[in-house]
Design a protein around this ligand. Structure first.
Ligand SMILES: Cc1cc2nc3c(=O)[nH]c(=O)nc-3n(C[C@H](O)[C@H](O)[C@H](O)COP(=O)(O)OP(=O)(O)OC[C@H]3O[C@@H](n4cnc5c(N)ncnc54)[C@H](O)[C@@H]3O)c2cc1C
Length: 454
């Protein structure tokens, strides 16, 4: 077995989270015995990444098991795995399992893909720090000072958490500084999205009884899932390329019609999903910007929903006063006797207020500005001009085949990007049901012959 030399069909995948596993398993479906796939993962754990390394039992997936198969053309794959591993435990596939369990599934997917024809898959616990594209291939420079030569490389480096807020005083859930708290202590959580729900779940598991103040700019809470079928929407009825104002009105009318017939708004959100990438691509840049600025928070809470039991627990805690949800801007933090003093400015208000709490949890979302990336590989690519931000500055610029676009607009024939970093082109590319489709398509194009470079 040889993994050296770009003349062989060698592909290096950088990142062994969900996207890295999904692209590797798609590539390894190809029967070519000469194919060689290397997956690099700096954390040493394959299939986990940011989402599926979650520790707690109740840090759960937000897509039912029936939607989480690694293969779009075999939608029952994850459900069959679950039934094999836990016979009789789950009644049906509308179940939201622990994220760490899903990470185990992905690890199995990768192992099984490698075993299909032994000797073609290699996994390395290494960090890639630089990439050099040559006329005949790609050199992947590793943090240990060595390099790998390959014909093509795929960046599946995924998410970066936002730089910590609160001058090192605020704490990330699950970090070393997340030490046990007095269960009656007052806690503040910054952010009201899915990471806040993780923090709330961790506090509940620790039997926390004290008040929890959740602070976010918009004060919006994710909505709950319900087992409803997606509405069947004809592509001809979707207003591609119209203004955001028109689309919003069309969407609201469709929801009103559906609910008037006894249906559920979720079926409209899910029915539109197959068209989301096309809709995004049909807007000019100014409409995309308007969407990101004004509608994204609202869209996110309806699109990325919570398992119903978790949502009900949170709503109960709000109703009984334990959790207080504040629409406010977090403006500062300092150490105070017995804890920390946080300063916030309620939405629409001019004055700030302070709040003394035992701990502030930082549950900000993911960072999307690649120019400020903490990932040495992304920094290297952007600084050398081999990559550039997409026009919305929410990821890397790629073409319609997920090929990396350089600062001067050159489309790489050897470097591809999969997963959330391609959100500038696709927008709806955060979750497994979308990433698996993208990975299947990128695998197909990677296995096609590479044209000679000019
Ligand atoms: C908290 C959270 C929960 C989520 N829950 C769900 C869910 O339930 N269902 C769903 O469909 N989607 C969910 N998502 C969406 C998620 O984006 C995708 O499901 C998926 O996990 C993205 O995987 P990824 O591999 O692209 O990114 P990541 O998970 O970020 O993995 C990237 C991997 O690349 C490695 N890496 C980065 N740089 C290098 C380098 N230079 N060299 C080597 N390795 C490197 C990292 O160590 C990491 O392991 C969730 C996201 C988050 C943040």
């Amino acid at each position: 077995m040889s993994f050296t030399g770009p003349s062989a069909k060698t592909i290096v995948i950088i990142g062994g989270g969900a996207s890295g596993v999904l692209i590797a398993s798609q590539l390894l479906r190809d029967p070519d015995p000469d194919l060689r796939v290397t997956v690099l993962e700096r954390q040493g754990q394959f299939g986990q990444g940011l989402a599926y390394s979650a520790r707690h039992r109740d840090h759960r997936v937000n897509v039912p098991a029936r939607g989480m198969s690694a293969y779009a053309d075999d939608p029952e794959h994850f459900w069959r795995w679950l039934q094999r591993k836990f016979p009789g435990q789950y009644e049906n596939s509308w179940v939201f399992v622990a994220r760490r369990l899903y990470g185990t599934y992905l690890e199995d997917v990768l192992r099984e893909a490698g075993e299909s024809i032994p000797g073609r898959l290699r996994v390395l616990s290494e960090e890639a720090v630089a990439l050099h594209e040559t006329a005949s291939g790609v050199e992947v420079v590793l943090g240990n000072g060595t390099s790998l030569a390959c014909r093509s490389a795929v960046l599946a480096v995924g998410h970066e958490t936002q730089p910590a807020r609160g001058r090192g005083i605020a704490v990330r859930v699950g970090s070393d500084r997340d030490t046990p708290l007095d269960t009656d202590a007052h806690v503040m959580i910054l952010g009201s999205g899915l990471s806040m729900v993780d923090a709330w779940v961790s506090l509940s598991e620790a039997r926390h009884r004290g008040p929890v103040t959740v602070v976010s700019r918009n004060g919006l809470l994710p909505t709950a899932h319900r087992d409803v079928a997606p509405l069947s929407i004809d592509a001809a009825d979707v207003p591609f390329g119209t203004s955001l104002t028109y689309l919003t009105r069309w969407f609201r009318d469709l929801i009103a019609e559906t609910t008037a017939r006894g249906g559920d708004w979720r079926s409209v959100v899910d029915g539109l999903r197959p068209y989301n990438q096309r809709l995004w691509q049909s807007w000019p840049d100014n409409e995309k910007r308007r969407f990101l600025r004004h509608l994204r928070p609202w869209w996110n809470i309806h699109r990325h929903r919570l398992p119903p039991d978790l949502h009900a627990g949170l709503v109960r805690a709000i109703a009984n006063g334990q959790v207080q949800l504040l629409a406010a801007e977090f403006t500062g933090i300092e150490r105070a006797p017995g804890g920390v003093r946080a300063t916030i400015r309620p939405r629409g208000g001019a004055s700030v207020t302070t709040m003394d709490v035992a701990r502030v949890y930082d549950c900000g979302g993911v960072s999307v500005d690649v120019r400020a990336s903490g990932n040495p590989l992304i920094r290297h690519l952007v600084q050398t001009g081999a990559a550039r931000p997409d026009p919305m500055n929410i990821g890397l610029d790629v073409d319609g085949k997920c090929a990396l676009v350089s600062e001067d607009g050159h489309v790489s024939t050897r470097l591809r990007v999969v997963g959330p970093l391609t959100r500038g082109r696709y927008f709806e590319i955060e979750a497994v049901p979308d990433i698996r489709v993208q990975c299947a398509s990128v695998a197909r194009s990677l296995l096609a012959p590479v044209p000679a470079q000019a």
